[in-house]
Design a binder for this molecule. Sequence first.
Ligand SMILES: Nc1nc2c(ncn2[C@@H]2O[C@H](COP(=O)(O)OP(=O)(O)OP(=O)(O)O)[C@@H](O)[C@H]2O)c(=O)[nH]1
Ligand SMILES: [Mg+2]
Length: 380
Amino acid sequence: MLIGIVGKPSVGKSTFFASATEVPVEISERPFTTIEPNHAVSYVAVECVDKEFGVQCQPRSGFCKKGKRFIPVELMDVAGLVPGAHEGKGLGNRFLDDLRKADVLIHVIDASATTNAFGERVVKGSYDPAEDILFLERELEKWVEGILKRHWARMVKVYAHKGEDALNEVISGLGVKLEIKEDIRGWGEEEIGALARRIVAKKPRLIAANKCDKEGALEVVKELRKRFPDKLIIPCSAAAELSLRTAAKKGYIEYLPGEGEFKVLKTLTEAQKKALDFLQEVLERLGGTGVQRVLNSAVFDLLRYVAVFPGGVNKLADSKGRVLPDVFLMPPHSTALDFAYAIHSDVGKGFIKAVDVRHKKAVGKDYILKHRDVIEVVFR
Ligand SMILES: Nc1nc2c(ncn2[C@@H]2O[C@H](COP(=O)(O)OP(=O)(O)OP(=O)(O)O)[C@@H](O)[C@H]2O)c(=O)[nH]1
Ligand SMILES: [Mg+2]
């Protein structure tokens, strides 16, 4: 699972990335701070199933805390995108090619409305944050159009020989599921542009309305939701999340990503106390910092993935004795057979039956996996 972070400069993409991965990257108010993409592991959280079975899980990757299982995903942060990027403005849009394979995009915007389209600081109210949403869409379309044009001659040639499947191959290379049925021979600028728009409309993405620790930002979010009722817009404060994670790492507080509170563990100076009071106030106002919510929402609400645990009716541990060591993120409508293949191709090939471990009930290869299922695969 690859989650890409996009947006104009200085909205807090790298802050979001650093807070969610705990990998230190350069963060500054100067636009175009990030040039080379950043890659690291973050996590999406689900209610673990171990308590239901009266056991303590031992994750092989990720971790489990307070009953929450944190499942690794890959996060990627890229340079800022500005209006006219497709014509080479700012750092252009070529760096987006790194995001082609992203399953989902998190579009970070500045809900505090204190930066313009180029990420420069402006007085609040002089820039409409709705523009952040509108122009990014246009730039993504121009980016896809560029990719299509670069491949067009080849696409038409392949199409002439092999039909639309070849076309759909290029499109799936953009991380988008879209079936083209039309004959593309003879298509010009206009049709290619329209195709680019169709592709971008299909690219899953949600909006992380960042800097919601600042005054008035939540009202901005309210307005944006009214104006873009079809879009998933989640308020967050990446800066608050980063501060909390840093404080937790240094042992000052106990804080679990996604929670709306933390516990102080050390005696604090007045300044530290003040900083933590502010963070507490932000947590209360937003119901958490929103960062974990954005990640979870991208994978489970938008992509509708399900988390499935391998396990046995008689034994929840693997051969090394680790209890519920794995959990798989599976696309929607995945079957028990898909799950078997996800475990190992040999398990898929030798599939005999699967068992819904929770209900001790055998299911067939066409069984549609549900979120938080525990599944045993019996194979030859
Ligand atoms: N108040 C507030 N400031 C934030 C938040 N997130 C980021 N910032 C600040 O916004 C500025 C830009 O943050 P970055 O994370 O470097 O922004 P970016 O989007 O990666 O910028 P580029 O790499 O230049 O495209 C920095 O001064 C951050 O401290 C937030 O949630 N709240
Ligand atoms: Mg950055």
